[in-house]
Design a protein. Structure first.
Length: 146
């Protein structure tokens, strides 16, 4: 099986985002504010030329973590049938490598509570208490400085 990671368009993220993150909601819910900005980057994981995972990086400061240049991960998704096979790890490694090339040392995101263990294994830390994102569910703010 051949796999590769490459930059993709915001629109190309919608089918996987829809299945994994917005099931049962309109496809329009997969469009995130800032998706089309030149500073936003989307990376897709392809297996045998089929998109099965993705991560999006938005240049965005989080003042709780300082005022340095940072990127926010949004829309991290791997199709259920391909989870627990290292694909999410590979996508996070790609995101971190990209951020280093952009001269930033901070990545942050709002992690679904169910995904916190995955991110902790990759060195990410929780800040603050669990909170609810309307129509999405419980989350924690997580970050990593490198």
């Amino acid at each position: 099986m051949n796999y590769f990671i490459q930059e993709i368009t915001a629109t190309e993220t919608y089918p996987v985002r829809h299945i994994v993150l917005r099931a049962g909601k309109p496809i329009e819910s997969c469009r995130f504010e800032g998706d089309e900005l030149p500073s936003t980057h989307h990376f897709g994981y392809f297996l045998d030329n089929q998109l099965i995972g993705l991560v999006s990086l938005f240049e965005s400061e989080n003042l709780l973590l300082g005022d340095q240049k940072s990127f926010q991960i949004r829309g991290m998704a791997v199709l259920d049938s391909h989870q627990k096979k290292g694909i999410g790890n590979a996508l996070i490694q790609e995101a971190e490598a990209f951020c280093k090339k952009q001269n930033t040392t901070l990545i942050w995101f709002n992690a679904r509570t169910s995904a916190v263990g995955f991110y902790k294994k990759l060195g990410y830390e929780i800040v603050g208490a669990e909170f609810e994102i309307k129509e999405v569910g419980p989350h924690f703010l997580m970050f990593k400085k490198f």
